[in-house]
Design a protein around this ligand. Structure first.
Ligand code: A2P
Length: 282
């Protein structure tokens, strides 16, 4: 878990992050974050809308790990896509997390309902606020999430800083080939949220067969697949033994033919429908 990718601006980012989408606020978020930090995770991914930043902040504080050894990401929610609101949203996330700076801050969605008539301008303004916070040292890297190429391209018209990260719903059942290719062409790291398909990939027979071959779990095979594609997986769990198991990814390597079997599952995931609906809005 000490392995890192290097972002376009030279910042090192641990190659596996602890996902916290759908982790309830309060004791569950607090304890699972403590468990993750004890298991060796140094990268925590949260968002304002997850509603668990305060509990995660308490866990980070109580774990007493040197701040420079941690990588903390949060995301700006859909209601905050103006210059002023974006600046305030960052301050609010920092306060809830009890941090002086974030390692990474992302625009959560490109086309929120609230700004649908004017999403391009709203993103440009939001990005300008994020660029300023980045220049001021409040964020070590800035990025986007759920951006399809046309959203990304629109942002580049006014961006001074190219997003260092684009966090996507990507897993063997949804390869997101166009978005990943666009990211790669811009030296933008692809982070993979729901790398287990929100759990929908855990009992897929093709993955079970590969898992048996390597004496690993389906979760571990799926996360290894993500790493071998050069993605940064963000597995979510609230169970200590799973949190630990999801880090045991560095003592095996999938053969190309097994990667190909997983790639061939693309298009089979019912859990991806929400992102597809979003993609077709424009
Ligand atoms: P739980 O949080 O109850 O442990 P994703 O990261 O794709 O969003 O998937 C998260 C889902 O997968 C959650 O339901 C989580 O359950 C479950 N999960 C995460 N890791 C494992 C694992 N190693 N084995 C089984 N289920 C897992």
């Amino acid at each position: 878990l000490t392995d890192t990718y290097t972002l376009a601006n030279g910042v090192e980012i641990p190659v596996v992050g602890f996902g916290t989408w759908q982790t309830p606020d309060g004791d569950v978020a607090y304890q699972s974050t403590l468990d993750a930090l004890a298991a060796g995770y140094r990268h925590i991914d949260t968002a304002a809308i997850y509603g668990n930043e305060e509990s995660i902040g308490r866990a980070i504080k109580d774990a007493n790990i040197a701040r420079q050894d941690l990588f903390v990401t949060s995301k700006l929610w859909n209601t905050e896509h103006t210059y002023d609101k974006a600046k305030q949203a960052l301050e609010d996330s920092l306060a809830r997390l009890q941090l002086d700076y974030l390692d990474l801050y992302l625009i959560h969605w490109p086309n929120p309902l609230q700004f649908r008539h004017d999403w391009e301008k709203a993103n440009a303004e939001t990005w300008r606020a994020m660029e300023e916070a980045y220049a001021a040292g409040k964020i070590r890297a800035i990025g986007i999430s759920n951006f399809q190429p046309h959203h990304f391209e629109a942002l580049l018209k006014t961006a001074k800083v190219v997003p260092m990260v684009n966090q996507l719903y990507v897993n063997p059942a949804d390869l997101e080939e166009d978005a990943v290719a666009f990211n790669n062409a811009h030296n933008t790291l692809t982070e993979a949220y729901s790398p287990l398909g929100t759990g929908s990939l855990l009992a897929v027979p093709e993955i079970e067969a590969i898992a048996a071959k390597y004496n690993k779990s389906t979760a571990q095979v799926t996360l290894r697949w993500s790493l071998q594609h050069g993605f940064l997986p963000l597995p979510k769990s609230t169970h200590k033994e799973r949190i630990i198991a999801n880090t045991e990814l560095f003592d095996f390597e999938l053969a190309p033919e097994d990667v190909a079997v997983l790639d061939a599952l693309s298009g089979s995931d019912p859990a991806k429908q929400h992102t597809d609906a979003d993609k077709t809005q424009f």
